[in-house]
Design a protein around this ligand. Sequence first.
Ligand code: ATP
Length: 238
Amino acid sequence: VGLPAALEVSGVSHFYGEKRALADVSFSVAPGRFAVLLGLNGAGKTTLFSLISNLYDTPHGTIRIFGHDVSREPGEALRRLGIVFQARTLDLDLSVDQNLSYHASLHGIGRAEALSRIKSLLAQTGMIDRLHDKARSLSGGQMRRIEIARALLHRPPLLLLDEPTVGLDIQSRAEILATIRELVRTEGISVFWATHLIDEVEDSDHVVILDKGRVLTDGRVDEVVRGCGAANISGAFA
Ligand code: ATP
């Protein structure tokens, strides 16, 4: 018996009334991998993220984070998860330090440990000089980096990001990607990143392509790209 997957999704379906948003979705992400969930708008990415975050009941299928079922053992599962939602979630009237400290206190991290962890994460995300600035004074890309630092404060081994580069310019997008790659390397975390941008797949280890609520492809990026060609992956969405 091997180590449990960082994320295991088995037979997951989801309906909004009559509308089926996910149809029997199954895949798993190995520990330490940078995995990308690729799909057009409406493919079901946010629905899947909501299920992984235990925002909805999961009567159809099972989701496990490092072996812990999110609906049966939500405490164990969610403690291992850091999440960056699609919507901006910083309190603009609080400083960067206050935004992060609040999250640390929710996770029961004492002030001294929280401050040292906050400083180290802000150094890693290139934001240490903004510690005392109001969140309102930051650019969109800088806010994203603060949200990534916040998601990692309680040392979750799995980081989930829902289209974190939407609305950012090319340079900020590249910086966010580089930051995440560096965190995967230094913190040894697993990443599950949703995007509709095919160029964000290039540097990942594993890609799951979702189309109209179904898994179209699931595999290593080099195999997927070699197997059908990047043009055909985009073609699948045409
Ligand atoms: P986006 O990038 O636009 O967020 P997505 O891949 O995240 O797209 P979802 O938001 O999960 O896709 O939506 C999947 C499908 O479910 C879409 O057809 C969407 O219209 C539908 N849907 C999503 N949320 C609801 C809801 N609350 N009620 C009804 N239908 C919904």
